[in-house]
Every structure is written in structure tokens, then in C-alpha cells.
Ligand binder design. Sequence first.
Ligand SMILES: [Cu+2]
Length: 536
Amino acid sequence: MKLNTKTYLYTGVAIVVAGGIGATLWTSQNHSNSPLAKLNTPSGQFKSIDTFVDHPSSNTPTVRYTLTAEAKTLNLGQGKTVQAMTFNGTAPGPVLTARQGDFVEVTVKNNLNVPITVHWHGISVPGAEDGVPGLTQDPIAPGGTYVYRFIAKDAGTYWYHSHVNSVQEVGAGLFGGIVIMPRQAVTPKPNRDYTVLLHEWSTSSNGQNGNMNGMSMGNMNMGSMNMNTPSPRTDGFHVSNMDVSALNEMANSYDAFTVNDTANGNTLFNAQPGETVRLRLINAGNTTHLMTLVGTQFKVVALDGHDLSNPQRIANEILPIGAAQRYDVEFKMPSSGNVQLLSADQSATERMELQATIGEATNGTPMASPSSILSEPWFDFTDYGNSDSSTTSSFTLGQHYDKTFGMNLGLGMNSSGMTYTINGKSFPDVPPLVVNNGDTVKIHIQNNTGYIHPMHLHGTSFQVLTRDGKPVTGSPVYLDTVEVFPGETYDIAFKANNPGLWMLHCHDLHHAAAGMDMILQYSGISNPYNMKDMSE
Ligand SMILES: [Cu+2]
């Protein structure tokens, strides 16, 4: 979202107040709709966000990559082509890999005619490297170059994408996977390790020119627009009619669905009988996909890059993978025959195109019918694995928290149409969540809409404490994106130990573009950038 108001001055100088005030406090705001709070700290000292770096630039990176953003016409198969924005000529862009502890340097060149940035989704990068225009950097202008540097602290499956007009730019292909391998593997390495990015496309849109009028909120086909407020859930995990309706929200917005670079449904991942396989499923789109594996039992070994403890084998379960989320699954290939990754999505096009085979090439005939898959239960992470292991719980519901916040997700209207709100306001009018470095933080999220909101926090992963009031009883679960279905509530908690200015927003990028964004603001940090450039 482009901010369209003029004054977002935010400097330390302007907000030093007379001494004697010992605590962080809000000062009166000259402009009601700055997404940052004007606040003073006990010392009155501010550091600029651009000083929050991991490493002096003189140090030598362990791994170096270059991503060049460029326009290209892509053939997705099935007779479908798209005017794409790509990194290095492909969408997804190259899978970047590093080992835990590596000093990663990525040089981004922008050969497009629109500004871009790169955000490292799920990685706890330092505050200056988060890739949010107007908040942590200036946008990378056409013809420009920008260098990102961070230490890959945590192993796991992540992804990267532009954070400028993301509905258009991520939608048109500016995304890719990034995998951080553990420094010391705790479990045997699988024989095969594949990164699998799911994406949906509107092939009639012209990504190169950013001319995607069919996708703008003002005239977007909202499917079954539902302005009713769902009742809060009390029954935990039961798929309701409202969920089914919410899954269909974007049904008419997209006409091609890809597994990695193809929509032909014939993506083949080689594997021999008896081998172990890890699939790193990354949802790089805006809609939830109901995926499953047939032909094998499998384990969900990680969510959003974080290992689950003692995951048990399951079979015939649907994995509801929300926008921006990652599921790492592992399985053993059967002694004969293939394994298939299938979709139980409602549209036949999605089911045909979001399909892959692991093993040997076949004619692509699905090994299970849609109706049989749809009768399967949904994977429930709140009761999976167990906590009696090395993956420890950091937080409990009843403990003391330094800061407690509530987020009510709702709907509103303005002159350009429907808006998505947090506590009744749309970005940039949503007040920030202000924390001090070191705070323990708990957030209660409630979805009062008939839509799915995959809520993503930049900079820090959070532990999921409850869903619909019921505690997580299996493995501790750490996510960076929690998919909140209609009527659901979640309690999440984290330690604020990565100082910065971090966006907290819905990763249905249409919703983000229409207001469902806010900022987690650490006290004592100033922003030298022009907040008019802010974009989800
Ligand atoms: Cu949303």
C-alpha cells in the first residue's frame, strides 16, 4: 500500500521531552495516521534503524548470491504464458542455500521499470536487512543495486520475495526459496531434499507494467463476499461451511497454478525405492492449498522452518498450507511405485496443476480421487508430536508477560471499497505495538471476518500457545505466519530480542494492500526513510 499522506517525519530530535519522565510513553501525535508511535525512552537516545546490522561490511561473506530482477515472458505449460517479473529469469527464482552460521551476502540488481526490495520471509535478519521500503530501506529504484547481509542463525525452510506492491510484484513472480541447512544435523540426512514452491497466477495480467487492474481491490472478484461476523469457535478443529466459503475467496482471480516453474501437473522429483525424501513445501501465493501425499506414510518434520519434536507418521491427512507458510514433510519411498503430491482444492484446474510425482515418470494420473482426499481429516498442529524432546517450550499461557496485546481482525469500507482492519482501523491508521528490547510479549488474535488471514510477523518467530482457547498439547510450535480461519482465535508469544521496526500483516497480499498491516516498533529506534514509500 502506498501511503498517500504527506507527513511522516519521525526523528529522535523532535521528540526529546523534558527530563524526569522515566518510562516509555506516548506523546501527542501531530498526525493521527503515522504507523509509528512518537515515543521517548528513559534516556532519550535513539539509534537509526540502518545501524542494526549483523556484520561490518569489511568482513568476508561465506556465501554470495546475485539476484537480478528482470522482465520475462514465462511459459507455464498447459498453453499458458505470463508476462512475469523474475529473479534471474525464472519464477521461482533460484533456491538460495546456506549453512547455519554462514554470513550471507545477496546483491540485488533491479532491471525492472518499477522499484523493488527483497524481504527474507521467516529469517531473523537484523533490523536493517528486512527489506521493507520506507521502513528499513529506500526502495531499489529501476537500474539500482542493493546489498543485503545477514548471518543465517537458524536452520530451516524460508523464502524471499519483493515487498513493494507485493500483490503485483510477488504475484508476477518476484519470489524464491531459501534453505538454511543445520550446522550439525540431528537426524539422518534424507537421500533426497527438494524445495517445492506453490504459486498462483493471473495470466491475463501484465506484471511487467504493473498493470494488473483485474487484481486491484476496487474491482476484484471477491468470490462469495461475506460481511457476516462469524461466531467465535469453541469446538476447536472442525471445518465449517464458512471455512469452505473462505477457501473460495479468490476463486475467480487466478487461472494458473504452479509447482515450482510449471502448471502442467507433471513435476517429477526423482527418488529410488526405499529412499528417504524431504519435501520443503512453500506456499508462495495468497490462497490456502489443501495438499496431501498419497502412496506413503509421512511425517511433518517442520513448520515455518522450525523442527517439530517427535513427529509421528501419518497418512491420509490434508495439509492446509496457508499463504506464506512452509511444511517440511519426510517419507520413505515404497519398495515399488510412486508417491504423489496432490491437491484437494475445490477447482479442478487447481487440482490438476498443483500435482507432482515423486519416483519415476508416469502419465500423471492422480493416485487418489478428489472425493476420497476431501473426506480426509485436516492435519492439526495443535496436537501433533510431543513436547518430550529437545524442542522446548519457551512460553506458557499463564506466565507473566511484559506486554500483552489484542488484535481483532475485521472489515471496513472506505471510498475505494472494502478494507481489512486491525482493531477497527486500516493501515497506516493502526497504532503500532510498542515494545522494549527484552520484553516478553503475548498477542491474542481474533478473526471476526469470514476470510482467512495468514498473519505474518517479521523479524521474530512466535510460539503458538492456543487455538480457540485450547492449549497446544503436542510438540511446541513456532511459526512466523499463523493462518487464522473465520471465527478462530490464537494466543501467540515471543521474546522481543531482535530490535527493529517490523511489519505484522496479513499475507493474503490483497488483504495487506487493503489495510491489514501494522508495525511492531521497538522503542529507541528512529527511521530515516520516507514512510510514504512504505508498502506491504
Ligand atoms: Cu487477510
